[in-house]
Design a protein around this ligand. Structure first.
Ligand SMILES: NC(=O)c1ccc[n+]([C@@H]2O[C@H](COP(=O)([O-])OP(=O)(O)OC[C@H]3O[C@@H](n4cnc5c(N)ncnc54)[C@H](O)[C@@H]3O)[C@@H](O)[C@H]2O)c1
Length: 340
């Protein structure tokens, strides 16, 4: 901590996402960004130019040897594990960008190491800090929708084709972390199945459908696609009482709660009697705080409070487990893969 009781933090990675972390940790009030570290020193210098108090470097060892309290890692996914491990071993609290690591084995090692070191390990599941997703969680967990029946998430656009991962590893961490955050802790997937196609010849699926099974009559689906002519960011949660729609493309009124449903009448062996309920639609007011600002505050608060953050290493690990199982299912033509 500095003399004003603020967490001293180094940001590692000054590419596309790192500058967002620098800006939000600088603004959050409970942290001070002391270093910006990137292998490409000129990038770090460019990003840090508006912040004269931030030291720029490409020497991570030097940063970790200093008296900083924490690091925030925004480097390519393959580097998350070695960098986070090094930082934890140096006694620092660690925030890692999503996904937590490149494999479940790496994620498990990080979670165990953070526990052994008594340090906070947090994964930046950014969407969990948006007003929309927090409202969804509140509505779902209050029971307003009744029992959850399904969770359906569509994340498609003409995307930046990645050369080293399939579309699920690129896009679905968002949906999986949202699902993990919104559904109650006793409603977790037990298995996945995934199908997809390598439509552009990179060797990885560019269009994919991931289904999550819950061991009871609940189902979730994530549709991820880099080849859609339009951008769709829509999630539906259906319950026995009400249904919720989150359309992230809407500039306002992103979340709508529909008092709609279907009731099955007395069973008749010859036909099913169905009645439809078309009730009101409620549009809740959403907190418009920037997600990364809230995320930064949560990391700092978990450190000072000595508690696990909302999207802790365990949450990052659950997302990784689903992604790794999805890879196995994709390779085996869509078979069901248990998440045990
Ligand atoms: N939370 C979100 O919504 C969100 C959005 C975009 C990216 N991300 C995540 O942020 C991370 C970075 O993505 P990006 O798009 O900024 O990548 P990027 O390629 O634009 O930037 C990565 C930077 O890390 C630097 N770097 C690489 N290895 C390093 C090392 N060992 N030490 C120090 N610096 C190193 C590179 O020089 C580069 O400047 C990824 O994990 C990505 O998944 C998260």
């Amino acid at each position: 901590m500095d003399s004003q009781g603020r967490i001293q933090l180094a940001v590692i990675g000054a590419g596309y996402w790192g500058p967002n972390l620098v800006r939000n940790f600088t603004a959050c009030g409970s942290a001070v960004v002391t270093h910006l570290c990137d292998l490409d020193l000129s990038r770090a210098q460019k990003v840090a130019a508006p912040y004269p108090a931030i030291a720029t470097t490409n020497n991570l060892e030097g940063v970790l040897a200093s008296d900083i309290d924490a690091v925030a890692i925004a480097t390519p996914v393959r580097t998350h594990f070695p960098l986070a491990k090094q930082a934890l071993l140096a006694g620092k609290h660690v925030l890692v960008e999503k996904p937590l690591a490149w494999s479940v084995a790496e994620g498990q090692e990080l979670v165990a190491l953070a526990e052994a070191q008594g340090r906070v390990l947090m994964c930046d599941h950014t969407f969990c800090y948006t007003g929309a997703v927090r409202k969804m969680r509140e509505v779902v967990q209050s029971g307003e929708l009744g029992d959850v029946l399904y969770f359906d998430s569509v994340r498609v656009n003409l995307g930046l084709i990645q050369s080293d991962v399939n579309v699920l590893w690129d896009l679905a961490p968002h949906d999986l972390s949202i699902l993990d955050y919104v559904l109650p802790a006793d409603l977790r997937p037990v298995a996945v199945s995934a199908q997809g196609v390598d439509a552009v010849g990179t060797g990885y699926a560019s269009v994919a459908y991931l289904t999550l099974h819950f061991g009871r009559p609940v189902i979730a689906n994530v549709h991820a696609n880099w080849l859609s002519p339009v951008k769709v960011r829509m999630t539906l949660v259906g319950g026995t009482k009400k249904m919720l729609v989150w359309d992230d493309n809407e500039p306002s009124e992103k979340v709508r709660i529909y008092d709609k449903g279907i009731e099955i009448g007395d069973q008749d062996p010859n036909r099913i009697r169905v009645s439809y309920r078309h009730g009101a639609c409620f549009i809740p007011v959403l907190d418009s705080t920037e997600a990364l600002a809230r995320m930064a505050r949560e990391f700092c608060s978990a450190i000072t409070g000595g508690r696990a953050p909302e999207t802790d290493g365990a949450a990052g690990l659950r997302v990784l487990k689903a992604l790794e199982a999805a890879n196995r299912s994709l390779q085996a033509g869509g078979v069901r893969v248990e998440l045990a």
